[in-house]
Design a protein around this ligand. Sequence first.
Ligand SMILES: [Zn+2]
Length: 353
Amino acid sequence: MEIVPGLYQLKTPFPGPALPYIIPYAFRGSDGVSLFDAGFGTPEAIEAMTKQLDDLGYAPKDIRRIFISHAHPDHIGMAGWIKEQSPDCDVIMLEREWQWVQDRWLDNTGWTKLSDRWLVTHGVPQEEIDAAHAAGALSPTAPRVKVGETPAALPAGPQGGRNGAPPSFFEPDIKLQDGEVVEFDGWALRAVWTPGHTPGHMCMYEPNHRLMFTGDHVLPYISPNVSLHADQEGSSPLSDFRNSLKKVADFDTWRALPAHEFTIADLRARCNILLHHHDDRLNEVREAVGDGLASGRDVSQRVKWNTGPFDDFNIFMKRSALGETLAHLRYLEDEQRVRRIDEGERIYWEIVR
Ligand SMILES: [Zn+2]
């Protein structure tokens, strides 16, 4: 579908039931095509991409550059294949996201230990973690890979990342800073750093048509996962996310173009709805702390999840749900609506009345 002259909305399939597809965007150029996000690196997604490029008159070797909103496998997964098809293609992301990829996904030694200790700290029984290891279900890091190679272990990306092909992580050709503008083929895209869903998530603003490419930061119907991860104890991703919502809402935008679902006609209104949604969730999480002390796991067991009760989740979903709960508790702590209590190795929460 052509959004404005020379800009096309593509679709590549999303494996698993979480979402139907991801939406890459293709910019027509004189000597090739540029993409914003691509999709998973599954054979089905690659086939869909090839077919749609063909419809536009391009082959995969004609891809000149690919902007990556963030390093989740449904956005970066196909980049390795694209580099193989078109070796001179520039892979472009925010430097902050690349930093995160290195810290989080490419360090095999530290992460698993840290993540296990973090689960225990927040109330998940050690036996449950041991059982998950015994079943081979906890190997959350991807080794550094060369372009096109497949890492042995699949990272557990949110939104069904484990269902898809593993991402190939490699150093981007161009690492952007917030506010930097990339000009090509008559387009000028401005990088808008929007931390929250990931620490280096990037939206891009196109001023001529007043378009905002929002990646996963703003989606028309669902709310992106915003979690406090084991390696982020000191930060507040929910506070980052809320500030990032206000940041994109301030742009003069005709249409927002997200990576899932459908086009957003009123970006500011959608940002406000998401802010209210999190206000409600903050109240729910605070109430779930109840009287006395509660661990992150206790609170996670007491709040509602769209996907069913917390106790029915597998260990990956539990870790993800716990991360979301903790992102809210951390935010409430900053607002002095709950208090964090450190008791030895364990962390508990209590309502401030
Ligand atoms: Zn994502």
